[in-house]
Design a protein around this ligand. Structure first.
Ligand SMILES: [Zn+2]
Length: 80
């Protein structure tokens, strides 16, 4: 089975899932925050209008900690 790369719109982490080609277009759950994530477009700029519309659903500035990510290694909540 091929491996596809996904990027979480919430914590911006990338992860890989092994799944059949028929399911390659389906959303994959982020291993950190369980957010449904679209496939990462390698060799392309990942920011598209659809990504931005998804980002607009995020709670803005909720606090100092990442909303759904329990890891301190998240690119969103890290750097503290
Ligand atoms: Zn995530």
């Amino acid at each position: 089975m091929p491996i596809y790369e996904y990027q979480c719109p919430k914590c911006d982490c990338r992860f890989e899932l092994m799944r059949p080609l028929s399911k390659s277009e389906e959303l994959g759950d982020c291993p950190k925050c369980k957010s449904p994530s679209k496939r990462a477009m390698s060799r392309f700029v990942s920011r598209s209008k659809s990504d931005l519309s998804m980002l607009s659903h995020m709670p803005a500035g909720g606090g100092s900690s990442c909303a759904g990510c329990s890891s301190s290694n998240c690119s969103t909540c890290g750097g503290g």
